[in-house]
Design a protein around this ligand. Structure first.
Ligand code: CMC
Length: 461
């Protein structure tokens, strides 16, 4: 399967007057690449592509996206049709198994999600060991890694057990996420219920309380389903690449997914959804003009970026952002929120930025994170849980990629090369002959008795 895209077409490379033929690979949607695997052996050259801006790291049947046209398909189905018609459990099944489930398959899968929802009682003690303000993403990443100690039996034969492991992980991550929230609030844990759907169960674990019973609202459930579906996969993004890279060393699924959660935490990746709402809140609370933030984002001397804007691959629009923006109005309306000042600010920022040459020239559009926080907030999810919500959504994608990589007969451990730019070979220096490299040395404006705290001298040796 994985080598089907290698054609007999060739690209020609001329180097030092000699011609080399490199195979052309063509994907099912017509994407064309050059297979450079033999390049170094034949020419001594490697390719240089910092940030993997133009590197295809694998063939994959899971997700197609066209950044120029703003297309995103999971297993051939458009994100619009899936968000409109499916539950998150259906889409999770689609990503992991490759086809949409029949009613019977969905029932079996949903029963597995229900049946696996508890976590080992001993793990519950771990929540008490984290500092009160520990970021939920750090808790989630740690707890998912720990799962392999409690459920090691299937990691021995992962390909035989991948369906069970997938259901187990998708189910337990939801429980861990809700428990971490309850613990951070000092509230009693609410255990999962078998009679609830995936999203309803999560919401109930988050918001039910012995003194204030939670009533599951179908509008809220439907909005959460939509958000999770929109986040469920995005081909070789940073966290998915992390899962694949870590998994390529043949580490178990839990540890690989834990690495993906850590990558997603970053403010340039999944962490942006929390950063967006914090940015909108600070504009609202301070009463400052949002245009100041746009000006700061454009200033090359200012590291500030308009969070929720820009994307490595989308250069016309992010289709997920369009769906979420539309859903904002529906969800807020259904929840009886007639007006949200943060939504107003977000809309104004988008309107002004999209007319601004800086953003137009750089193809900077609202991405999936720009409006998602407004919905999460309306659903009652606290902002420090937003990236955890992203992780819940992205989990089936990570699992699907991990599975695909393990099943690939052409799998190799991930191991990029580099262009070394350090010192060239030099003779060893004995300790007594080495000079102090401390940034305090030599001490600025040396005063009598003031010496470098490292080498104790007042001038660099
Ligand atoms: N605000 C202001 N300028 C920006 C922004 C932004 N949000 N994003 C990119 N630029 C500028 C950047 O300064 C650069 O300008 P110049 O050419 O003058 O140096 C140009 O646009 C290209 O940016 P880049 O950093 O080379 O682009 P990239 O593909 O490496 O980075 C990105 C993509 C998403 C990390 C970046 O657009 C960004 O930092 N956005 C804000 C964070 C964010 O919203 N992240 C969520 C991404 S979507 C969900 C996900 O992947 O998790």
């Amino acid at each position: 399967m994985m080598n089907d895209f290698i054609t007999d077409k060739k690209a020609e490379l001329i180097y030092k007057g000699k011609s080399y033929s490199l195979p052309i690979v063509i994907g099912s949607e017509g994407e064309v690449g050059v297979d450079i695997r033999s390049l170094r052996a034949e020419t001594g050259l490697i390719t240089f592509d910092s940030g993997y801006m133009n590197t295809g790291s694998c063939g994959s049947e899971i997700t197609f996206l066209d950044g120029e046209k703003g297309i995103l398909n999971y297993r051939g189905y458009s994100i619009e049709s899936l968000a409109e018609n499916c539950s998150f459990a259906e889409v999770a099944f689609l990503l992991v198994h490759g086809s949409l489930p029949t009613r019977e398959e969905l029932t079996v899968f949903s029963n597995l999600l229900g049946g696996f929802a508890l976590i080992h009682e001993d793990m519950i003690h771990f929540f008490d060991s984290f500092p009160v303000n520990a970021p939920p993403m750090s808790i989630l990443s740690s707890m998912v890694n720990v799962l392999c100690n409690y459920y090691p039996e299937m990691t021995e034969n992962p390909l035989e057990n991948i369906d069970m492991m997938a259901a187990r992980l998708i189910s337990k991550v939801r429980t861990i996420a809700a428990f971490s929230y309850k613990r951070s609030k000092g509230l009693p844990l609410i255990y999962p219920r078998h009679d609830y759907s995936y999203c309803a169960n999560f919401l109930n674990m988050m918001f039910d309380s012995p003194v204030n019973p939670y009533e599951v609202d179908e509008e809220v459930v439907s909005a959460l389903n939509k958000l999770l579906i929109l986040h469920a996969d995005h081909e070789q993004n940073c966290s998915t690449s992390a899962v694949r890279l870590v998994g390529s060393a043949r580490v178990n699924l839990y540890a690989s997914v834990s690495a993906g959660i850590s990558a997603l935490w970053g403010p340039l990746h999944g962490g942006a959804n929390q950063a967006v709402i914090e940015m909108l809140e600070s504009i609202h609370v301070s009463g400052e003009n949002y245009k100041k933030y746009i000006e700061r984002a454009k200033d090359p001397k200012d590291p500030f970026r308009l969070v929720g804007f820009g994307h490595r691959v989308y250069k016309s629009h992010d289709p997920r952002a369009r769906i979420i923006k539309k859903a904002c109005d529906q969800v807020l309306g259904a929840l009886g929120i007639s007006q949200d000042p943060l939504l107003d600010i977000a809309r104004e920022i988008e309107e002004v930025a999209l007319r601004d040459d800086y953003f137009i020239e750089r193809n900077l559009y609202p991405n999936v994170d720009f409006y998602s926080g407004i919905i999460y907030r309306a659903l009652g999810i606290p902002s420090n849980m937003f990236t955890v919500m992203f992780a819940l959504g992205r989990l089936p994608g990570w699992i699907a990629h991990w599975k695909e990589m393990w099943e690939d007969p052409n799998w190799r451990i991930g191991r990029p090369r580099q262009i070394y730019t350090g010192p060239v070979s030099r003779p060893f220096v004995k300790m007594e002959d080495r000079s102090c490299k401390s940034s305090f040395c030599p001490v600025e404006e040396t005063k009598p008795g003031v010496h470098c705290p490292v080498c104790k001298q007042d001038v660099r040796k």
